[in-house]
Design a protein around this ligand. Structure first.
Ligand code: URA
Length: 210
């Protein structure tokens, strides 16, 4: 593990991930597990958020109490599978602002092409958490992060469920400043770009589209 990659090896995360990987796990259970695991991953990716204090009154005394510093966080879902992670992270950070990035792969050039981009104002003043369950080749993730940087973001973290070594390397090359938080670093990609051992197509599994 390095500063660039954090693997959340908490027993609850690992147990839930195993259930999600299983072929016979139903769509409903997969979705519920994704929601639960999102909370735990969100806890880790926000561990170093900047803090300040404010004066409050408890029923007994006044105190200088810790509170989050700065503007509301921005969560950015990379469509469409990012939405599955987004729901759970939003439950933990309900006041976060939300953005969406849509990219598809041009079959001729194999390069990611943007079809949707909408993010909150003042990205330069926010901690930005980009969410996408599967960091596979890393091409679309790197492109999405480039778009976020173009919008002004400077403090960007990338939250995923599974990462392939190829995707981590691609992100490190393109965005060494962006910390990746994941539940597992799997072995490799297959010839179709799926993560092995993986869990299949995350979007299909969470939305029941297959
Ligand atoms: N996207 C997925 O949904 N699954 C993979 O294994 C790779 C990319």
């Amino acid at each position: 593990m390095s500063d660039h990659l954090t693997i959340v090896d908490h027993p609850l995360v690992q147990h839930k991930l195993t259930l999600m990987r299983e072929r016979d796990t139903s769509t409903a259970v997969f979705r519920q597990l994704l929601r639960e695991i999102s909370h735990l991953l969100a806890y880790e990716v926000t561990r170093d958020l900047p803090m300040t204090t404010k004066q409050i009154e408890t029923p007994l005394v006044e105190m200088e109490a810790p509170t989050l510093k700065g503007k509301k966080l921005a969560l950015v879902s990379i469509l469409r599978a990012g939405n599955g992670l987004l729901d759970g992270v939003l439950e933990l950070i309900p006041s976060a602002r939300v953005g969406f990035v849509g990219l598809y792969r041009d079959e001729a050039t194999l390069q990611p092409v943007q079809y949707y981009f909408k993010v909150p104002a003042e990205m330069q003043n926010r901690v930005v958490i980009a969410v996408d369950p599967m960091l596979a080749t890393g091409n679309s993730s790197a492109a999405a992060v480039s778009l976020l940087k173009e919008s002004g973001a400077t403090d960007i973290r990338f939250l995923c469920l599974l990462a392939a070594p190829e995707g981590v390397a691609r992100m490190k090359e393109a965005h060494p400043d962006v910390r990746i938080v994941t539940a597992a670093l799997d072995e490799r990609l297959n010839e179709k770009g799926y993560i092995l051992p993986g869990l299949g197509d995350a979007g299909d599994r969470m939305f029941g589209t297959k």
